[in-house]
Design a protein around this ligand. Structure first.
Ligand code: AMP
Length: 395
């Protein structure tokens, strides 16, 4: 990796500012955390820093979207502090503000690796605008910056890009390092053959990924709702399946450009309605009137398995069907199984729905890497320079 990490710096006696991703899902109007995965994912970096005798470890994160005072009440970072303390086995000082004397004194008076959790960065209107005054102010509070919120590095905000533009060294934490090692390598210097599997509901949300991967991958497998726009481009009837009419021409150009690289579904699990009940059957080729495609069929799964034989790198973004309904999860399960059984391949699951599918279907420990960022992993697979990674010092 060509970016500096926390292993490359000395934090002894220093105040270390860390951008973590504590944007946890919650219920009860923000009083209860429903899934602490993101806090757990930040522990290796925090623990490593604590083992290297810093003066203080100051944690910054956003939580939810803030537009109104009500949003502030529902997205108060205070809820994270006790859970973090429990996981660290160490006291965490929560500072109920994002600037001013209370925060500055907490940092000044810290010693022996005191962990300080700052209030939600989005309480500051300047956070999402990357207000230079805010980035400079936060940077002034520490000696070193650690970027570890992969889920936020596609956003140029004050806490992700502002701080490291004013505070050096700025290095990657372990979570960011891992995402760069897997996704960054897959799209810049993959072990080949590289096979990409793309699904999900829409072509429009994956245009950037398809275009980038057409130039990089050795094979691209298409499934999910977006496959019907490709089927329409092939001149097939698709019944009432998802269709983006304005993307049919684009799908045609991808089919021409992709040639043998592109693996499209040959059969479909259809139903008369978007539900578990109805007249569910498998059809090949054309989808009859009054039916919608809700999953790829068994022959398509077999084709995918064949396309994956010998793959050295696999990246997957987007489910093959409406996996949330068991009747239409077989295609996604088939892909999970095929990936899980590959030998000697690096298998990478993009964040968002494909990550949810792999976890929900019980394959989480059978893949090399499940990305922690939805939007960030998609943009990374598009080959974009992510501003929060760009802001980290080169080696
Ligand atoms: P995306 O967020 O674009 O990755 O899409 C994920 C969603 O696509 C999931 O909630 C799936 O249920 C949905 N999906 C996948 N295949 C289909 C399909 N054939 N028809 C409708 N929705 C689909």
């Amino acid at each position: 990796m060509d970016k500096k990490t926390i292993r490359d710096i000395d934090v002894n006696g220093k105040t270390v500012l860390v951008r973590v991703d504590f944007n946890v899902p919650m219920k009860d109007e923000g009083k209860t955390i429903t899934d602490d995965n993101r806090i757990v994912a930040a522990l290796p970096t925090i623990n490593y820093l604590l083992e290297h005798n810093p003066k203080a470890v100051v944690l910054f994160s956003h939580l939810g979207k803030i537009k109104t005072e009500e949003d502030k009440a529902k997205n108060n970072m205070a809820v994270v502090a006790p859970r973090l303390a429990e996981l660290l086995g160490k006291d965490v000082k929560f500072v109920n503000t994002t600037r001013g004397a209370e925060l500055e004194d907490a940092i000044k008076n810290a010693s022996n690796g005191q962990v300080i959790l700052v209030q939600n960065t989005r309480y500051e209107p300047g956070e999402t605008k990357n207000d230079p005054e805010l980035g400079k102010y936060w940077a002034s509070l520490g000696d070193v910056f650690v970027e570890d919120a992969f889920g936020s590095v596609h956003r140029a905000h004050a806490s992700t890009v502002g701080i490291p533009s004013y505070l050096k060294p700025a290095v990657a934490g372990f979570l960011l390092e891992k995402e760069i090692a897997y996704i960054g390598k897959a799209v810049s210097n993959p072990d080949r053959p590289l096979v990409a599997i793309l699904g999900g509901s829409k072509v429009s949300s994956k245009i950037g990924v398809i275009e980038n991967l057409l130039g990089i991958a050795d094979k691209i497998i298409i499934g999910g709702g977006m496959a019907y726009t490709f089927a329409a481009a092939q001149g097939r009837t698709i019944g009432t399946s998802l269709l983006e009419e304005d993307k049919i021409d684009l799908a045609k150009t991808y089919i021409e450009k992709g040639g043998d690289k592109l693996v499209l579904p040959v059969d479909t699990v259809v139903n008369t309605q978007f539900a578990e009940e109805g007249d569910i059957k498998v059809v090949e080729g054309n989808i009859p009137d009054g039916y919608m495609g809700l999953d790829i069929g068994p022959k398509s799964v077999e084709n995918i398995k064949k396309a994956l034989v010998g793959a050295k790198t696999v990246i997957w973004n987007g489910p093959m069907g409406v996996f949330e309904m068991p009747n239409f999860a077989k295609g996604t399960i088939g892909v999970c199984e095929a990936i899980a059984n590959l030998e000697g391949a690096t298998t990478i699951i993009g964040g968002g729905d494909s990550a949810a599918a792999v976890k929900q279907l019980g394959y989480a420990d059978k893949v090399s890497h499940i990305s922690t960022g939805g939007g960030a992993s998609l943009e990374y697979m598009e080959g974009k320079v992510l501003p929060g990674i760009d802001a980290v010092d080169d080696k």
